[in-house]
Write a protein that binds this ligand. Structure first.
Ligand code: HEM
Length: 534
């Protein structure tokens, strides 16, 4: 940008006025009215009261007063960038999604990275999960892969999400801690929720303090489906693999960086993209069929489990490059609305009860946060392909249907019509079962994959997990919560449990948590089934 010389005037009170001249345009109100003086409100006499008539002053302050919108209820702190996705080769065998039909096809993309628990002004290097949300502006509408940098999740059923988030965020009476998990409420909830133990191993590992967004993996977490032209289904898990590899910082580094530069991650992304060092990820898919799902040790609908890559190696199908920062943080990064239910024809959902719940939650939260059902009229959320529908009106409507017909069928030959061949079709899965609040017994093993993760780490990384657990739990004031966590750790790794117990100075080792007995919900579920059978 060039710095123009501007004409400077001095007002009667000595204040300086920069006035429009040469290439500098005339300042206007939001209504387009030219402004003569932006330094002084309209007064009766130089030392008299300000008059209500000053429409420029009132409009300026009114708009300022309304600048903030609600921050995201989770993932409030985030940073985004534009780029593109490039398809390596046709995947027509597996999916009819247009984005995967042609090798070399480039699809515009917007990605927002985030922390989960902290508020919008919190620091970047909190020990936390990182959001990795990708919006792909495909020729068949927007496809959002709303993922995290950890391949599993805390809970199995979306109905637990408000409890989990309440527990992880600041405690309601004292309003702290703002950005850390080291507190009683969080660990209380975790200690009473054994299904979270696998996720906890990841969150206590170095994965939760990445060096930069550029050195992070991303995961769609859930099992989805791909559907080909014949509507044949293949299960799929989505993984983003950073070309730069994985890197984290150590905890003592994270603490120092947070103090010195709370914007460390956003600064890193900004500077690398501005310098032309465009970060890149490969999209890799784990593809499997029903027979694999049936024979796998864990339920592929359980979001607290993953499919090890040694068992099912992912295949690379394209690359994501981020090469442009938004022009305006608020307009783009803050107003972008990701939603798991945004999938193109050829991609479909599984019955994962966490995913099913998310498919409701995101639409609902966007209306609340962005204030209008017309949030798709905001450029960052609008499709970049042709789109036609009869939705109209509402707050801030900018794209009402043109012409007489705002319904169909109509006799005016106006407006769009459905297309059975091109439109989205769901996989025709056959469903049957009792209508009841159930959790599958196939979801009951909460420790095996936590153990697999722990033993997959090298000794230094294992030491970091033990140190993180000891540090976090040392902040927990309630002894029984600490003991409960150690009782879960005993089901994961004896050595780990002992290190943490010693670090916390526990006088006696608690008994291992009950691992074999089905959870209360499982019992309720079998009760419900047996009632039906009788
Ligand atoms: C926001 C990921 C589970 C509700 C987000 C964001 C990500 C994400 C990345 C930030 C999007 C952005 O950058 O704007 C995940 C993952 C989950 C998960 C990977 C589990 C595998 C859930 C569940 C619910 C939920 C179970 C509710 C039932 C929300 C809400 C937001 C959000 C309400 C705020 C959205 C907004 O205001 O823009 N999630 N989430 N999430 N998530 Fe999730």
């Amino acid at each position: 940008a060039t710095i123009h010389d501007q004409k400077l005037l001095r007002g009667e009170g000595g204040e300086l006025h920069q006035t429009a001249a040469g290439p500098t345009p005339v300042l206007t109100t939001a209504q387009g009215g030219p402004v003569s003086d932006d330094q002084n409100s309209l007064k009766i006499g130089a030392r008299g009261p300000t008059v209500l008539e000053d429409f420029h002053f009132r409009e300026k302050i009114f708009h300022f007063d309304h600048e903030r919108i609600p921050e995201r209820v989770v993932h409030a702190r985030g940073y985004g960038a534009h780029g593109y996705f490039e398809t390596y080769e046709s995947l027509a065998k597996y999916t009819r999604a247009d984005i995967f039909q042609r090798a070399g096809e480039k699809t515009p993309a917007f990605v927002r990275f985030s922390t989960v628990a902290g508020n919008k002004g919190s620091f970047d290097l909190a020990r936390d999960v990182r959001g990795f949300a990708v919006k792909l502006y495909t020729q068949e509408g927007n496809w959002d892969i709303v993922g995290n940098n950890i391949p599993v999740f805390f809970i199995q059923d979306a109905i637990k999400f408000p409890d989990m988030v309440h527990a992880v965020k600041e405690e309601p009476d004292r309003a702290f801690p703002q950005a850390q998990s080291a507190h009683d409420n969080f660990w209380d909830f975790i200690s009473l929720t054994p299904e979270s133990m696998h996720m906890i191993m990841w969150v206590m590992s170095d994965r939760a303090i990445p060096r930069s967004f550029r050195f992070m993996e991303g995961f769609g977490v859930h099992t989805f489906r791909l559907l080909n032209a014949k509507d044949e289904s293949t299960f799929v898990k989505f993984h983003w693999k950073p070309k730069l590899g994985l890197q984290s910082v150590a905890w003592n580094e994270a603490v120092k960086i947070n103090g010195a530069d709370p914007d460390f991650h956003r600064r890193d992304l900004w500077e690398s993209i501005q310098a032309g060092n465009f970060p890149e990820w490969e999209l890799q898919l784990q593809l499997f069929d029903q027979a694999f799902a049936d024979s796998f040790d864990f339920d592929v609908l359980d979001a607290t489990k993953l499919i090890p890559e040694e068992i099912l190696p992912p295949i690379a199908v394209g690359r994501l490059v981020l090469d442009r920062m938004p022009d305006n943080f608020f307009a783009e990064t803050e107003q972008v609305a990701f939603m798991t239910q945004n999938v193109p024809p050829g991609v479909d959902f599984s019955n994962d009860p966490l995913l099913q719940g998310r498919n409701f939650s995101y639409l609902d939260t966007q209306i609340k946060r962005l204030g209008s059902t017309n949030f798709t009229h905001i450029p960052i959320n609008a499709p970049k392909c042709p789109f036609h529908h009869f939705q109209q009106d509402g707050h801030m409507a900018m794209r009402n249907p043109v012409g007489r017909a705002n319904y169909q069928p109509n006799s005016w030959d106006e407006g769009p019509r459905e297309s059975p061949s091109k439109g989205f079709r769901s996989f025709t899965e056959v469903e049957a079962g009792p209508k009841a609040r159930l959790r599958s017994e196939t979801f009951a093993d909460h420790y095996s994959q936590a153990r697999q993760f722990y033993i997959s780490q090298d000794p230094v990384e294992q030491g970091h997990i033990a140190a993180a657990l000891t540090f976090e739990l040392s902040k927990v004031q309630t002894p029984v919560i600490r003991e409960r966590i150690v009782s879960h750790l005993l089901n994961i790794d004896d050595g780990l449990a002992r290190k943490v117990a010693d670090g916390l100075g526990l006088k006696a080792m608690p008994n291992p948590a009950d691992a074999a007995v089905p959870t209360r919900r499982d019992v309720a579920a079998s009760d419900a089934l047996s009632i039906l059978k009788n």
